[in-house]
Ligand binder design. Structure first.
Ligand code: PSU
Ligand code: MN
Length: 300
């Protein structure tokens, strides 16, 4: 494992000295956001983590190495190179064996971050149970069920079957925390009508629950769900329209598997004239800030 991990010096010294580190995923950079906003957001999110007193560790696979913390050049490659693959946990060994470049999903990022010794991870929206008859369930869900980390997100992506995703988390004992909210956020939207398990209003409250999970040797993640900032929320009738449109187009064009999520996000951003993109960027930045505050509290 050690020979496959390439932790950059910044992140390595933070981990060794038990200082605060926030893991960040790279699929959102490579396949979740359009250029040039993808690179701009990746840079902004890292700066936000630093401003809160933590070290950012963006995770990707480069030349078959599991990279934890990227250089400027590596970050640019993930953002600009159209050949960068989307890697989930099942793809990690293949990518390492074949020396690929790939961006890591929530699942693959958690898998690597946990093994690198990182406790907190920030992302936009997790994957979940897709709508439609085929049982398409993101590998993000089983990874959450078996990785003891704090994962900060804005709920599951709105393109998914949210009630089914909520049920899955419950069945597999992933505790869902509403951060300053009582309802599970729905990515671009602050409400879903679905309940969280518990509400926390401060980083310390989250830290206390996570430390207790650790003491009890609970193996699943603690999912912290943070609503998109009010000013960036997408108005619900616009959201419903662009969502229905995107889902219908994906069905017509028979988009499936790993291409589905990027397709839906890109289509919605276009047809909403950037409203969903602005929300996505705002929530990514906000979640990174919350994650950094939580890991700082955890380390006190
Ligand atoms: N959140 C975003 N944008 C994204 C994703 C999450 O704001 O692009 C990515 C994550 O990397 C997540 C993946 O793991 O989409 C889920 O893909 P799938 O449904 O194929 O498992
Ligand atoms: Mn899938």
């Amino acid at each position: 494992m050690e020979t496959r991990l390439q932790t950059n010096p910044d992140v390595q010294s933070a981990i060794t000295q038990d200082r605060a580190v926030v893991a960040l995923e790279s699929t959102v950079i490579a396949h979740g956001l359009p250029r040039p906003q993808n690179l701009e957001t990746a840079v902004a999110v890292e700066a936000i983590v630093r401003a809160e007193g933590a070290t950012p560790a963006t995770i990707a696979v480069l030349d078959g190495k599991l990279c934890v913390g990227l250089s400027d050049g590596q970050r640019r490659l993930i953002a600009d190179d159209a050949g960068v693959k989307k890697l989930s946990t099942r793809d990690i060994a293949v990518a390492v064996a074949r020396g690929w470049n790939g961006a890591t999903t929530v699942a693959a990022t958690m898998w690597i971050a946990h093994r690198a010794g990182i406790k907190v991870f920030a992302t936009g929206g997790i994957g979940g149970v897709h709508r439609g008859s085929l049982p398409d369930v993101s590998a993000d869900l089983p990874e959450l069920a078996r990785t003891p980390m704090i994962v900060v997100c804005s709920g599951a992506k709105i393109v998914l079957d949210l009630p089914a995703t909520r049920e899955w988390l419950e069945t597999h004992s992933v505790t869902v925390v509403g951060y300053g909210c009582d309802e599970l956020p729905a990515f671009y939207s602050r409400s879903s009508g679905l309940p969280v398990d518990v509400r926390c209003d401060s980083p310390n409250e989250v830290a206390r629950i996570f430390k207790t999970q650790h003491e009890l040797k609970i193996e699943s993640a603690l999912l912290i769900t943070v609503p998109v900032p009010v000013e960036a929320e997408v108005e619900s009738s616009l959201l419903q329209r662009v969502l229905d449109d995107a889902i219908a187009k994906a069905e017509r064009e028979r988009i499936a598997g790993r291409d589905l999520t990027p397709f839906l996000l890109a289509h919605m951003s276009q047809s909403s004239e950037g409203a969903t993109l602005r929300a996505n960027i705002a929530l990514l930045e906000n979640n990174a800030r919350v994650a950094a505050q939580i890991v700082v509290a955890l380390n006190q």
